[in-house]
Design a protein around this ligand. Structure first.
Ligand code: NAG
Ligand code: NAG
Ligand code: NAG
Ligand code: NAG
Ligand code: NAG
Length: 536
C-alpha cells in the first residue's frame, strides 16, 4: 500500500541508487592489516574488539544498520574487507597508517545517509572507518558553543543542546539520523538557514586526523584546510573527529504550519508567488514546499499537492502579520498554525507528532527506502508554462514516487560571500530544488530501480532550461554520480574532476584542489567525487 499521509512522506524525504551492478569482492581476512592495527594501538586487545571482518557474526548488522538507501543494502553491493569502529583518536590513526601500508582505500562513515553510498561502498578493496562510537557531545551553554563528534547524529545534537538550554539551538538539517560528520563536511542546512546560514557557517574549530596520522586542530591545520573541511565534502582531506560549533539563540516560542494546496486549490499560482518571495521574507521565516503527485484531486483524480512546510521563529500573531503583508495569497489562518518550543519544531520537521523528545536519540531510521535524488538551484523564477510541464511529467510516474522539495534562500544565505566557504550557492539563488524518487519493496524494490532512475534523469533534463547554468549548480550533500566521477582506480585529472567539481563548488573548486595538493598529494583519501590533487 502506498503511504500517502504527509508525515510519512516527510520521513521518506529524510532517508533518502547505483545503476550499475557492483561486483562483490572476495572477503579474505587481511591478517597483516590486523597485525598492523595491533602494533599501532596502545592496547591490542581493545582494538580487536572494535574490528569486524566478514567472519564476525555481527559484521552485517554493523554494516547495514545505518545504510539508508536500500538500493545498496543487497548481497551484491561490494563490502568492506573490514570495519573499524574507533573509540579513540589512536584507533583512527592506526587505521590510516595501516591502510596506507597495505594499499587499501578507506571509506569514512558517520551517519550513512549519503545518497550514493560512497561512505560504505567501493569498487576497490577497502576498509570502512565507522564513526558510530565517536558520538560524544559537550554543550557549554554559557559560552554558547558545543563540541560534537562526527559519529553523533543531528537528533542527538539538538537533544543535548535543548537539555542544557531552551534558549539555544543549532542551524543544521531536518533529518535527525544524519551523522554530523558528513552533514557539516558538505555545508548542511535546515530550517534556520535564512537566519543563521549553514551548519558549516557556524563551525569554529575542528579536530582532524590527516594522512600522516597527525591530530590537528584549527590552529595547527591552518585556515586553508579549515576552510576546505567546512563544505568541501567528506572523505577528501582526512578524518574529522569532532567539530566545535557556535550555538545560536532561539526564541521560547516558535510557530509551525503545513498548508496543503492542490492544483484545484490554486497551487500553481501560489508557487509562482512563492518563487518571488525568497529574498523578501524576513529571516525568521522559512517556508519550504514539498511537491508530490497524488490521487487527491476531485473524485480521486491525480493532482499535484504542494505542502508549504513552515517554521517561524516567533509567535503566531507576529507570523500572521508577516504572511498577511508579504504572502497574503496563502490565506493563512490562526487555525493552521501551532506554537511550540524550538526543540518540538525539530520533531515536527522530522515528521513526528506526539513522540517523546528521546526519539531524537534513535541512531538509525526505520523508514529506509530505495532512492535516487538530484539537486538544482533556481536563479530566475520558473514561468507558469514550465511548472505545467513539470506537473505533466509527474503525472507520467507512479503516484507518490517522485517528490520535489523547494527551499528558499535569501536572508543570511545571501549575505555570506561565495568564497567564504567551499559552499558557493549564496546571493542570487532564489531557491534550491531537491529532486527525489523513492520507493519500497512493495513497489518493486531494486527491480524497479531502472524505471524510476530513468524517470528522474529525464525530469532533470527537462529542468535544465529553468535552472542555473554554466555551471548547473548542485549541492554536494545530495551527491549525484550522474554529474561526473573520478577514476577510483588510477588517476583523475583536474579537467575530469572539474566537471562535477564546478557544479558543487563553482570557482572554490580550484582552491579545494590547491588545499588537497598541499595536505594529501598522494591522493590517499579518495572516492568517486573526492577532491583530487593537481598531479593526479
Ligand atoms: C586493554 O583493553 C581491554 C579491553 O577493553 C581491557 O580489558 C584492558 O584492561 C586494557 N589494557 C590496558 C593495559 O589498558
Ligand atoms: C571478530 O572475530 C575475531 C576472531 O574471532 C575476534 O577476535 C574479535 O574480537 C571479533 N570482533 C568483534 C568486534 O567481536
Ligand atoms: C465526482 O463524481 C460525481 C459522481 O460521479 C459527479 O457527480 C461529480 O460531478 C464529480 N465531480 C467532479 C469534480 O468531477
Ligand atoms: C484566498 O481566499 C480568497 C478569499 O476567500 C479566495 O478568493 C482565494 O482564491 C484564496 N486564494 C487561494 C490561493 O486559495
Ligand atoms: C527508535 O528506536 C527504537 C528502539 O530501537 C525502535 O523500536 C523504534 O522503532 C525507533 N523509532 C523510530 C521512529 O525510528
Amino acid at each position: 500500500m502506498k503511504m500517502q499521509n504527509f508525515t510519512m512522506h516527510l520521513r521518506l524525504a529524510c532517508v533518502l541508487l547505483f545503476s550499475a551492478p557492483l561486483v562483490a569482492f572476495a572477503t579474505s581476512t587481511p591478517m597483516n592489516f590486523l597485525q598492523c592495527l595491533s602494533l599501532h594501538s596502545e592496547n591490542a586487545t581493545s582494538i580487536f574488539n572494535l574490528v569486524y571482518t566478514p567472519i564476525n557474526s555481527s559484521y552485517s548488522s554493523v554494516l547495514d544498520i545505518t545504510i539508508q538507501n536500500l538500493r545498496f543494502l543487497t548481497p551484491f553491493a561490494p563490502k568492506p574487507l573490514l570495519i573499524v569502529t574507533p573509540l579513540r583518536v589512536s584507533h583512527i590513526q592506526a587505521a590510516i597508517i595501516c591502510s596506507r601500508r597495505y594499499g587499501l582505500q578507506i571509506r569514512i562513515r558517520s551517519g550513512g545517509h549519503d545518497y550514493e553510498g560512497l561512505s560504505y561502498l567501493s569498487e576497490v578493496p577497502f576498509i570502512m572507518v565507522d564513526m558510530v562510537n565517536l558520538r560524544s557531545i559537550t554543550v557549554d551553554a554559557e559560552d554558547e558553543t558545543a563540541w560534537v563528534q562526527s559519529g553523533a547524529t543531528l537528533g542527538e545534537l539538538y537533544y543535548r543542546i535543548a537539555e542544557k538550554s531552551k534558549a539555544l539551538g543549532f542551524p543544521a538539517g531536518v533529518c535527525p539520523t544524519i551523522g554530523v560528520g558528513g552533514h557539516f563536511s558538505g555545508g548542511g542546512y535546515g530550517t534556520m538557514m535564512r537566519k543563521y546560514g549553514l551548519a558549516a557557517d557556524n563551525v569554529i574549530d575542528a579536530q582532524l586526523v590527516d594522512v600522516q596520522g597527525q591530530l590537528l586542530d584549527r590552529e595547527s591545520m591552518g585556515e586553508d584546510l579549515f576552510w576546505a573541511i567546512r563544505g568541501g565534502g567528506g572523505g577528501s582531506f582526512g578524518v574529522v573527529v569532532s567539530w566545535k560549533v557556535k550555538l545560536v539563540p532561539v526564541p521560547p516560542t516558535v510557530t509551525v504550519f503545513t498548508l496543503v494546496r492542490t492544483l484545484e486549490q490554486h497551487a500553481t499560482k501560489l508557487l509562482i508567488q512563492w518563487q518571488l518571495l525568497g529574498n523578501k521574507l524576513p529571516d525568521d521565516l522559512f517556508i519550504r514546499v514539498i511537491l508530490q503527485s497524488l490521487n487527491s484531486g476531485p473524485n480521486g483524480t491525480r493532482t499535484m499537492q504542494a505542502s508549504f512546510n513552515t517554521l517561524y521563529l516567533g509567535g503566531v500573531d507576529a507570523l500572521l502579520d508577516v504572511t498577511r503583508s508579504s504572502f497574503p495569497e496563502l490565506n493563512l489562518t490562526r487555525e493552521d498554525c501551532t506554537e511550540m518550543s524550538w526543540i518540538e519544531s525539530v520533531l515536527y520537521f522530522a515528521g513526528f507528532s506526539g513522540e517523546p523528545l528521546e526519539i531524537l536519540l534513535n541512531k538509525s531510521s526505520n523508514t529506509k527506502v530505495f532512492f535516487k535524488h538530484k539537486s538544482d538551484y533556481v536563479r530566475e523564477p520558473i514561468p507558469e508554462s514550465g511548472l505545467e510541464g513539470m506537473w505533466e511529467r509527474f503525472f507520467e510516474e507512479d503516484e507518490g514516487v517522485p517528490l520535489m522539495i523547494w527551499n528558499h534562500y535569501g536572508g543570511k544565505m545571501g549575505e555570506i560571500s561565495e568564497s567564504a566557504l567551499p559552499f558557493p550557492h549564496r546571493a542570487g539563488v532564489l531557491y534550491k530544488i531537491q529532486h527525489l524518487t523513492s520507493w519500497t519493496d512493495a513497489e518493486g524494490g531494486n527491480e524497479a530501480a531502472p524505471k524510476h532512475v530513468s524517470w528522474i534523469r529525464s525530469f532533470y533534463s527537462y529542468m535544465a532550461q529553468y535552472v542555473s547554468k554554466s555551471p548547473r549548480e548542485a549541492y554536494i550533500n545530495y551527491r549525484d554520480l550522474d554529474i561526473g566521477t573520478n577514476n577510483v582506480i588510477g588517476n583523475t585529472d583536474y579537467k575530469q574532476a572539474s566537471v562535477w567539481g564546478k557544479k558543487y563548488f563553482k570557482n572554490n573548486f580550484d582552491r579545494l584542489v590547491h588545499v588537497k595538493t598541499t595536505v594529501d598529494p598522494g591522493n590517499f583519501f579518495r572516492h568517486e567525487q573526492s577532491i583530487p590533487p593537481f598531479s593526479f
